[in-house]
Design a protein around this ligand. Structure first.
Ligand code: ARG
Length: 473
């Protein structure tokens, strides 16, 4: 058994302690980052004259073999492989012999694991940005043909004012756009190299940190070794970003659950993204959306877990920090599945234009009637009050607001003319909201152009990323 720290101990840890202490069951996922980091570190050791070029070449060759083993699913974890760092070093020794013992010179698992997780998060961010864009693309595709499809817009889930379906689609598009910006911003702070910080005090062998950073794709060096080995801010930030994505997905999902109900009937999910009931044969349930909504709970939980973990830790590394990984992996895995499902469900959504239109109620134009009075010189507060009285009158008569006669209107205010009838036109109401960001078709077309541009920049804008795989380095 190859423990990295056995020297001062005379007895093996108890089986229970090993089980409690080992992290290999989950941190094995860092294998790619760990091997990349070690390849770069082996080269840095040679550059610093701590090992010969030949020794470095031997180490790199061994590490590449291990990388290939992992890639092919051929790596076997052995008893004593406490964590991914131990496992890789143990295997390296099996492959290249005693020279493997030189790889860890000046390095600690503390700066190693901090480096690995940063590389992992940078990859995760790149992946999530791509998956977010797939959801955005689905929303955009749904929006395109529905610039003039009218539906009720709601506040307090009460019919408020008419909007277009495209406008609704794009409202969720922009929330996801902000999520992408947040993730890219998180990447800037993640791309800071801790390697060279040693256990806590720094590397004593004059290792060239700048070259290490360049080789691994980091944009900057950590400024303080104590901070570097204990800083997990980037994980907390990443988990916040994931949690907010979850919150955004849950809101999109909730809208669609409501819109897909028989009472609304605005949309229908494709069979591929719905499920049935084991008891009621007629049921078609929006489980995809309910799960997307429900999974936001664990995304928020993972953030809270890591914040709680970090709170009150004494300076530098503490084993508590090993617990940062399960929440990190879980949030990534959750979104890795939820985002493509939401993208698929949105892409295949069927829109019922007639049902949307039928849900429009002339009372939703009450604000437009008030605006009509404003254009005739009535102060808005007063106009609001007068139209409120008209609504009450219509209610009392059990007629629609649009069915009041000119006489009725005149009884409320002398400013009303026959042209008040023109206000009762949903398309006109929507078209008037032509300000930037409004729901008017022209304004929504501007939005669409902008949204298309955001997505076409896709491949060009990448967050700072990690180095290419070992074979290419
Ligand atoms: N498995 C450990 C972790 O994830 C690696 C670092 C161990 N460092 C130590 N001083 N025991 O945090």
């Amino acid at each position: 058994m190859t423990r990295l720290w056995g020297g001062r101990f005379s007895r093996e840890p108890s089986a229970l302690m090993q089980q409690f202490n080992d992290s290999i069951t989950f941190d094995i996922r860092l294998w790619d980052a760990d091997i990349r980091g070690s390849i770069a570190y082996a080269k840095a050791l040679a550059r610093a004259g701590l090992i010969t070029r030949k020794e470095a070449a031997t180490l790199v060759r061994g590490l590449r073999t291990i990388h290939a083993e992992f890639s092919q699913g051929a790596f076997t974890v052995k008893p004593g492989d406490e964590d991914i760092h131990t496992a890789v070093e143990r295997r390296l020794r099996e492959l290249v012999g005693e020279v493997a013992g030189k790889l860890h010179t000046g390095r600690s698992r503390n700066d190693q694991v901090a480096t690995d997780v940063r590389l992992f998060v940078l990859d995760a961010i790149r992946e999530l940005v791509g998956l977010l864009e797939d959801v955005q693309a689905a929303l955009l595709a749904q929006a395109e043909p529905h610039v003039e499809t009218l539906m009720p817009g709601y506040t307090h889930l009460q019919r408020a004012q008419p909007i277009s379906f495209a406008h609704w689609c794009l409202s969720h598009f922009w929330a996801l756009e902000r999520d992408k910006h947040r993730l890219r911003d998180c990447a800037r702070r993640t791309a800071v190299l801790p390697l060279g910080s040693g256990a806590l005090a720094g590397n004593p062998f004059g290792i060239a940190r700048r070259a290490l950073a360049r080789a691994l794709g980091f944009a900057a060096l950590s400024e303080n070794s104590l901070d570097a080995v204990s800083d997990r801010d980037f994980i907390a930030e990443f988990l916040f970003d994931c949690a907010l994505v979850g919150v955004h997905l849950s809101r999109l999902a909730e809208d669609l659950v409501i819109y897909a109900s028989a009472e609304f009937g605005f949309v229908a999910f494709d069979d591929a993204f719905a499920t049935g009931s084991s008891l009621m044969p007629q049921k078609k349930n929006p489980d995809a959306m309910e799960l997307a909504r429900g999974k936001s709970g664990r995304l928020i939980g993972n953030l809270v877990a890591v914040l709680t973990l970090l709170k009150g830790l004494p300076t530098a590394y503490n084993k508590d920090l090993q617990e940062d990984k399960p929440p990190l992996f879980d949030s990534l895995d959750t979104l890795r599945l939820a985002l493509p499902v939401v993208a698929g469900a949105v892409r295949t959504l069927r829109v019922n234009v007639e049902r949307m239109r039928a849900a429009l109620d002339p009372a939703m134009l009450a604000t437009d009637v008030a605006d009509y009075l404003v254009r005739k010189g009535v102060p808005f507060r007063e106009a609001h009050h007068l139209v409120g009285r008209a609504v009450a009158l219509a209610e009392q008569r059990s007629v629609g607001l649009h069915q009041l006669t000119l006489e009725d209107w005149r009884s409320i205010a002398p400013h009303f003319d026959a042209d008040v009838a023109e206000v009762f036109d949903f398309a006109r109401s929507v078209a008037m909201r032509n300000v930037e960001g409004g729901t008017a078709p022209d304004a929504v077309r501007r939005q669409l152009r902008l949204a298309r541009r955001v997505l076409s920049a896709r491949s060009r804008r990448k967050p700072p990323t990690a180095s290419p795989p070992p074979a290419a380095s």
